[in-house]
Every structure is written in C-alpha cells, then in structure tokens.
Design a protein around this ligand. Structure first.
Ligand code: GLA
Length: 745
C-alpha cells in the first residue's frame, strides 16, 4: 500500500515513486505536517521533529506542564483558530452559544484502495488511487471532521478535501472551510499566480514570498479571469526543467481564496479553498459539508515537471466522456463570421464551405433563440427564432449533419435578460435583493441557481432543444459576474450560503445534461476564459481560452494557461484579420500555428476568404488531422517564454514513444541584422535520429547543441505555395512563425 501507518511513531507515510507526504499525530491529538517533497525511504521514526519548540515561554500552549509545546510554531495540517496559532486558520465554526473556537483531535483512520466521489461536486477519480481518511472530533461542539488524502500510483500528486459532520444536537455555522493547508519549513520561494482580465487571461506573475499574507481570490461568483485558482511556489533558481516547485489548484468554479503566509520564523503556510468572504454554511445534526478537492503537486523537475503532472491528472483523472483522450473535432464557429446577423441560408453556406475545407463540426453561436438580434434581449427564452431559422433548429441541425458535419450549439443557461418572457414570468428567478434595483452586466441578470426550481426549468427547456437539434457539441457560456447577492428561497441566516449553492446548482445542471446526453462534447466559456478551472474540466473537457483570438495575444494566454491546463483543454481558433479584439493583422499561418496547440478550430467566414487563404486553411486542417493527437495529447514542453522579452516564444510537443515531435517557434517583431537562434530541444530520445523535411539531427545533438530556428524557412521559403503541402512557416517579417516536425528515423 502506498500509505503506511507507523503505530510506534504515530506517523502516516503517503508515498509513491515520486513523492512522500508525511504527517504525524501530536500528543494533543492535532495533526502535524512533517514532510512533503521528493520520495523518502520508509524508515521507522523517519521524521525527527526539528522545528523550534517554544520560542518564548509566553507562547500559548495546550498543556500547562509543557510550555514548549505550542501551536504557535508547529506545522499543522488543518489548523484551527483560537488556541495559540495566530496564522490564518483553515476553518472556523460558530456554535449555538456564539463561540467560534474549535479544537479537533485525532480519533482514528482508514486506508483503502480507490476514492469516493464528492457529493454534488467534481472530483478526481481513477483505478490507481489510494485514500487515507483521518477522523477528527471536537468534543465541545460535537462536530466531526474527516481529512481525506489521495495518492495516485504514478503522479507526484496528492489531493485533499475535508468533510464536516455535525453529530451533536445543536447546529453549527461553518464560516470558513478551506480544502487544505500545508505548512512548509522555510520561505525561500517565489510565488507564481495567473492573473489578468477579459482578453488577457492567465498572465504569469512571479514574485518572492515575504513576511505576511499574500493572496489571490475571487468574490465574483466564478473562478474569474482576474485570478485563476492556482498558486505555484518555486525556488529562486527553479526553471522549466530543474529545481523544486509546488503547484496547488482547486477543483472548484466558484469564489476561492489561494493564499500563502510567511511568519516570523520564516515558515510558509499555503492554503486554498472556498473564499470565506460572504460564506457560511449552517450544518444541522447528521448533515455533512464537503469542501472542494484540492490538488498538491511536487516537482523536482522544474515548472515543466509540475505542469506535466497537472496535465496528466487533468486528462486521465478529471476529464470524462467520449472525448477523454480523443482528438477533438476541428470546428467552425459562426460568431465572428456573422455575430447576430444570420439566417439559415447564410449558416448553411458557411457550414458547407467549412466542410469543403475539411471542418468536422459546425457550431452555431449566440443569436438563434427568442428575438436575439443583439445582446439586450431573450436570454432565458430558449425557443428557436423562427424569423432567422423558419424551419426550426432541428432542421438546421439535420442539414448541417447531412453535409457530413457534426452540429454544435451555443447556450448561456445561467442568464436571463430583463427583456425576456422568462423574466416577465419569473422576475424572482433573477438574483437580486427585494426592493433594490439590480445591477446589469452585458444587459443581463444571473439566474438564481441556488433555487432547484430554476435548475429544473432550464434543464427541461434546454433538453428539448438538444433533443430537437441532436447536438453533438455545446458551448456553455456565462457572460457576467454575480452581483446583488440574495435568494428569496433562503432564510436570512442562510443567505451567505448563496455563492456555494449557486455553484452546486450549476454542477447539478451540468451533471444532469451529461447523464442525459452522454455523447455531447461540452466546451465551457465565460466571456472567453473567465471560468477556466479544474472543477469545470470534470464536466466540460475543453474551455474557450479567451475572446482574444489574436495570434500574438494568444501566445501569452496559452503559455500561461499551460502552467496548469493541458493543451487539449484550450479552445483556440483562427479568426479573421484585422483581429476583432485588437485590430492586429497577422498571416493565416501565424494564427493557425498558435491555434493548433489547442482544441483547434476557426472563427471566421470561410465563404469570403481569398483563394490563397482557403488553400492555406485546407492545408492547415489536413495537417492538423494528421498530427492532432500529438498536438493535443503529446507531452507539452515550454521552450521560450513570451513573458521574458515579449518578442519570442517557443514550445514543443513530443509523442509518448518520443518518435515524433513538433516544435513551434514564434517571433513577434522582426529585427535586422541577426543570426539564427539556436534552441535546445527537450524531451527527445538522445539515441534517436530525427529527420525534418530536409535534415537529420541526433536527438542528443538537438537537446545539447540545439536546433537552428528558421532553418527550414530560410532555405526553402517557397514550398507551401509551389506544391500543395502546408509549409508550417509563414512569410518573413513581423509575426514570424514556424512549425518543425521531427520524426525518428
Ligand atoms: C461571449 C463568448 C463569445 C461569444 C459571445 C456570444 O463573449 O466568449 O465567444 O460566444 O459571448 O454572445
């Protein structure tokens, strides 16, 4: 078993070939964090508790005769507040007499193969998981907590979550319930977070830890584009390939907090979970409350190792459904081609032209329902607009399928416009405070998903649409943050449950759709990438990465996103130029060379493309079909960061057997009088010889001497236009890009 309990030292050792996670039971019943890092051998008395006991005899301590035994300096697994630990705490409950003090102590444990689901929430799964459950009890409030630890046989990953159970006959209010807490013995780390805004999601930010609390969070109701639910801690000299890095993330799509605190003794406490701001949860006798699951990765192979572990976990142990590990269909989406201005004829022309170019899926975006001619109306009225589609959505779906394409549809089920039949009939279904005017966002309100009646209504209505149109794919959008929080269905003392109940309602709706339509591919979206999190990957195995489809912009967005999320999860499309978000013009090859590293597609009108671009698009799609499995599921390796000098970016994918690799190189602006860049490739087999279109290199040479970038292009600039194959490199000048395919001989 990869989890052992040493009765004598009262320590649990959770391990596999990569990592060890060691925790011990302290004499007061608290759980101590002893070690998380590279695999250690199992030895009796493996941990010497070297931390400083009792820096001052005034420290608060649980045992009067042992003044050096103090939570002020102990490294604690799930710390409380109120008995001497003055860092931020992991949880807090309010009891019937008004007390907010808890003190749980260890009772028992259970180790078993496998892993249970978390009721109503996303959770990792797999045949190769082993679980440790630690049972803790608080005598005074008569509350139990269970700390769950899960280890996967072949990943440097531990996942954690917590269950609260009220056993006493008085209810409690949980006012804080983080998913994990990890106390590290020193603070020599830099903290990486992924921050941004609409159109520039998940930019990498890195700064050294310092004394005090540093936090990123969301109070917007969803995980948000401002901050992603993710923290990495890395050593100063850790790079992509070498050095220690921890990665922490959460399977949750709602308000979160992710924080690190460095204390006066240079210890670091890291934690993540539901944002305690605007949160509380009433727990009655016999009820359970589950926190979301958190993921903790340790890598001694740099940030690359951390990302690869996260990618593998996401692909194998989080994503579900028919498209798990399957190349995703090449899609054409009509949004930027038509916006709201379309009819059946126009859509079918786009679809049939897309089909000629090689597309596999046609997606009808916003505007097909109610009277939706702009974004001020009709959300909630999921009835086909017969002015635009007089034969109904079913007929359009059939005609698209008759062309040999799959059919996809856009929905935004969480929303309602003031101008809609739904709002007129059920104004109380839109989130808002009684007797207060609601705030608008994109002219719309958010539906009260804490109310099961709303979920039922939306499920039944949209199910009919899915049945009629026989959808193969759904783009589930969400275009504004939550505000004016209140639900008339909750009593006053439960209003702070709203945000979490909203997310539980949202997950419930997703699960019901997945059960009823198990073969549909879902793509999540929230004004681009505002709800890109591991929780959603359990329901929708791809997410629209950003509304910003400009190739240059996408370098940073996709590079940053790749820190956690696998390539296959990133919806990425080639759009028209000048780009609609930033008005930049780049070549069609540049845009495609970026977009192919993702769930690939096009977001433009193929009927108005020039003959040259049409040829290019058909070549791109053919090329993608040949290598799509490698693009989407190969090992992704970052080579040059666009955050370092804003001009260069390079990355590559390598097949599992290392026989095929594709290197992508991008240069934003051209510079005069330069010599060829050499780039050292990674992840190849040193003993293989790799052939490009024109040269052969040893794998060892490519990794140690490097590959001369722009080699193929400079020597063979014309081959794309002269024959019918895709050259993988665009014109010289600004916005240069090239894809180099390496094949082992
Ligand atoms: C959001 C999405 C876009 C598009 C529009 C439709 O902005 O991010 O891709 O679907 O909504 O209104």
């Amino acid at each position: 078993m990869p989890i052992q309990f040493n009765e004598k030292t009262r320590e649990f050792h959770i391990f596999n070939n990569h990592i060890s996670y060691i925790i011990g039971i302290l004499k007061n019943g608290d759980i101590e964090q002893c070690y998380f890092g590279k695999k250690l051998r199992s030895r009796e008395g493996i941990t010497k508790r070297f931390y400083q006991f009792g820096p001052s005899n005034a420290a608060i301590c649980p045992i009067d005769s042992d003044i050096l035994f103090t939570p002020t300096v102990q490294r604690r697994e799930y710390p409380n507040y109120g008995t001497g630990d003055y860092h931020f705490c992991a949880y807090q409950t309010e009891q019937s007499n008004g007390s907010r003090i808890n003190n749980f102590s260890y009772r028992d444990y259970c180790i078993h193969k496998g892993k249970d689901k978390i009721p109503g929430m996303p959770a990792t799964y797999g045949d190769d998981v082993t679980t440790l459950e630690l049972y803790m009890h608080d005598e005074t409030s008569q509350t139990d907590i269970t700390l769950f630890y899960h280890i996967f046989d072949n990943l440097p990953v531990i996942t954690r979550s917590v269950r609260f159970t009220q056993v006493g006959d008085q209810s409690i209010n949980i006012t804080r319930a983080l998913s994990f807490c990890l106390d590290l013995p020193d603070s020599e780390y830099e903290m990486i977070t992924l921050n941004g805004a609409w159109g520039r999601e998940r930019y990498i930010d890195c700064s050294p830890l310092h004394q005090g609390i540093q936090e990123v969070n969301s109070n917007r109701g969803i995980s948000s584009s401002e901050h992603n639910p993710f923290i990495a801690l890395k050593r100063k000299d850790t790079n992509e390939d070498n050095g220690e890095a921890f990665g922490f993330s959460l399977l949750y799509s709602g308000n979160f907090t992710a924080l690190a605190e460095v204390d006066s003794y240079d210890k670091t406490r890291v934690a993540m979970g539901i944002n305690p701001f605007e949160f509380s949860w009433k727990l009655n006798t016999g009820e359970n409350f589950y926190t979301p699951e958190a993921v903790l990765v340790y890598s001694d192979e740099g940030l690359g190792g951390m990302s690869q572990a996260l990618h593998s976990l996401c692909q194998n142990n989080i994503m579900r459904g028919d498209y798990k590990l399957t190349r995703r269909p090449v899609l054409f989406n009509n949004w930027e081609a038509t916006y709201f201005n379309f009819d059946e004829e126009k859509l079918l022309k786009i679809a049939s032209s897309a089909k000629e170019l090689g597309a596999e899926l046609f997606v009808l975006d916003d505007g097909w329902f109610g009277k939706r001619d702009d974004d001020t109306t009709s959300l909630g009225d999921w009835f086909t607009d017969l002015n635009k589609l007089p034969n109904g959505i079913g007929s359009l779906g059939k005609k698209v399928k008759d062309l040999g394409l799959k059919f996809g549809l856009w929905i935004e089920p969480e929303m309602v416009n003031e101008k809609s039949k739904l709002f007129r009939e059920h104004p109380d279904w839109a989130i808002g405070v009684p007797n207060r005017k609601r705030s608008y966002g994109r002219h719309q309100f958010v539906l009260d998903f804490s109310n099961p009646d709303v979920i039922d209504y939306i499920f039944n209505l949209i199910s009919k649409v899915f049945e009629e149109s026989k959808v193969d794919y759904v783009k589930w959008d969400m275009n504004r943050y939550l505000s004016d929080i209140y639900s008339p269905t909750l009593p006053p003392n439960r209003q702070k449950e709203f945000f979490h109940r909203y997310i539980l309602g949202f997950y419930n709706l997703y699960e019901r759709f997945i059960e009823k339509f198990p073969h549909v591919l879902f793509e999540s979206c929230a004004s681009g990438g505002s709800r890109f999190d591991l929780g959603l990957m359990y329901y929708a195995p791809q997410a629209w990465t950003s509304d910003d489809t400009d190739g240059v912009e996408r370098l940073k967005i996709q590079y940053g996103t790749s820190l956690i999320y696998p390539i296959v999860s990133m919806g990425s499309h080639v759009s028209a130029v000048p780009n609609h978000q930033i008005l930049r013009s780049t070549s069609i090859d540049f845009r495609a060379n970026v977009a192919m590293f993702g769930a690939f597609g096009y977001e433009l009108d193929p009927t108005i493309l020039s003959d040259y671009d049409k040829l290019k698009v058909s070549q791109q799609i053919a090329f993608f079909k040949e290598y799509g499995q490698l693009f989407q599921y190969g090992t992704f390796i970052r080579l040059k960061s666009p955050f370092e000098n804003n001009n260069d970016c390079a990355w590559m994918v390598v097949s599992e057997d290392k026989k095929t690799a594709i290197v992508a190189n991008f240069k934003v602006l051209a510079r005069p009088n330069t010599i060829k860049d050499m780039i050292r490739l990674k992840g190849l087999n040193p003993n293989f010889d790799y052939a490009t279109e024109s040269f052969v290199f040893g794998g060892d040479e490519l990794m140690n001497i490097g590959f001369p970038l722009q080699l193929e292009f400079n020597e063979f600039p014309q081959n794309a236009d002269q024959n019918n194959s895709y050259s993988h490199s665009n014109n010289k000048g600004d916005f240069f890009s090239e894809l180099i395919v390496l094949k082992a001989k």
